[in-house]
Design a protein around this ligand. Structure first.
Ligand SMILES: [Zn+2]
Ligand SMILES: [Zn+2]
Length: 80
């Protein structure tokens, strides 16, 4: 029996939830990460908290490519 390879998928887009007004905005993910965004509803800036690596990790239900790759490498997963 062959060993099944586990695959870590990198999402192409995520929904960011504004921490000020809870408006949801869909953004495209870039490899470098996304660090700030202007909310189109409340016009406030969504910026990365010091304790988080980016706004994707902080304000969406997904993780950014950088975090996913670190995680995948640690678990020995294949990255797609
Ligand atoms: Zn907002
Ligand atoms: Zn991140």
């Amino acid at each position: 029996m062959g060993r099944k390879k586990l695959i870590q998928k990198i999402p192409k887009a995520v929904i960011i939830k504004c921490p000020h007004c809870s408006e949801k905005t869909k953004i495209k993910i870039s490899q470098e990460g996304v660090f700030s965004l202007d909310c189109k509803k409340c016009k406030q800036k969504i910026s990365t908290p010091i304790t988080q690596c980016c706004i994707i990790c902080a304000f969406s239900d997904k993780k950014c490519p950088r975090s996913l790759m670190i995680e995948a490498r640690a678990k020995g997963l294949e990255i797609k």
